[in-house]
Write a protein that binds this ligand. Sequence first.
Ligand code: FAD
Length: 467
Amino acid sequence: MSKEISTQVVVLGAGPAGYSAAFRAADLGLDTVIIERFDTLGGVCLNVGCIPSKALLHVAKVIEEAKTVAAHGVTFGEPQIDLDKLRSYKEKVIGQLTGGLGGMSKMRKVDVVNGFGKFTGPNSIAVEGKDGTTIVNFEHAIIAAGSRPIQLPFIPHEDPRIWDSTDALELKEVPGKLLVMGGGIIGLEMGTVYSSLGSEIDVVEMFDQVIPAADKDVVRIFTKKIKKKFNLMLETKVTAVEAKDDGIYVTMEGKKAPAEPVRYDAVLVAIGRTPNGKSLDAEKAGIKVDERGFINVDKQMRTNVNNIFAIGDIVGQPMLAHKGVHEGHVAAEVISGLKHFFDPKVIPSIAYTDPEVAWVGLTEKEAKEQGIAYETATFPWAASGRAIASDASDGMTKLIFDKETHRVIGGAIVGVNGGELLGEIGLAIEMGCDAEDLALTIHAHPTLHESVGLAAEVYEGSITDLP
Ligand code: FAD
């Protein structure tokens, strides 16, 4: 059975980028259709990414906090983990949010066509769904088809004990011994969850630090703490993976590589994500897709084809939900005739680990690469009353300033809730604040966010006696 519909705007993919674009387009009065291959809206982020991982990290944090207060005379005993209940909690969180999106699209009269969409020309997409083919004819299209985990040819990915992030989030079991391949944000977050649930964790990372994008001094504070929980194997890489009856045997090479293959109960491959650009028959619409599957766009999110836009993970790094949301708004607004551009000064990055590692604006590494003269100031949480009172003194707030103007150009926070605290630094950069603006802003005491003002005071020279 085949049917045909026509619309002003079609959005291919219902992740954060896609639904944000669709809702903005509808709010601007455009007739809008979403194409999504899964039954629920929300894409990777809501279904198998940001949200379920944070639900599990929340539980992991409570487990760890319960352990911490044992040292202060309050003991809860060993946690009893009911995986079925924990999974239901995670599903409930997802359901609440994806259900909300369903309601929001109905309210806006955005039609959802379920199925896999491929271009058939510059003004049409064929969607293969359970009930046959739907041809969607459009004036404008916004491609928001996202990304998927990278797989390696020498890894037997079909073995159920070899996981990607989606498998890890399914919570089928808590493996005795888990290898996390890749010390990036996703691997470390899932490692944090499974460590709290009881797994022994090894992390193998090719570079000389985990979270390679962040500055070394920031990551060092994180590493000092997680070394107690994870066995970190830096400057080491996996060269062979063999699935045997009694476990997965992993051979490694490099600085920390064990001499013999090591047996694991499960291996989480978290070595990055790859865009879905090659599965859309984009060439039939004349859209250029690069050899990795990314689609190039200009600052208005327009592809090389005038009426077709692209947003989110599929257009490049950083592959983050909040970046896609803003790009989605720009694409919809441009289509509606507004003269808007995607031109942010900063896009924050956060590892929701324990402690959290968060940074925004330029890192020192980037400032050096760009030849920018800069200065830094840090405030150690060992000097923060709130951090000490919360058993969270293993943290640091760091600000990076333009040497000449003293304007904030970057910042990082490592510590409990660092991600929540980062917002102030992002706003400071976007608004062109200098050190004095931050130092003279009265921050409440005792809070963790006062460390931002205090780091600025360190820079101004009014605090000199830090531990
Ligand atoms: P996606 O969310 O990938 O959505 C694309 C949608 O398009 C999917 O629903 C897919 O089914 C659909 N689709 C693709 N091709 C077709 C087709 N041909 N036809 C029909 N439908 C199609 N980011 C953050 O900012 N913060 C976090 O804390 C965070 N945590 C993460 C944790 C994990 C474990 C993972 C895996 C990712 C995390 N991310 C996080 C990244 C974030 O999920 C992505 O950046 C975000 O989902 C990208 O949004 P998107 O709309 O571009 O694409």
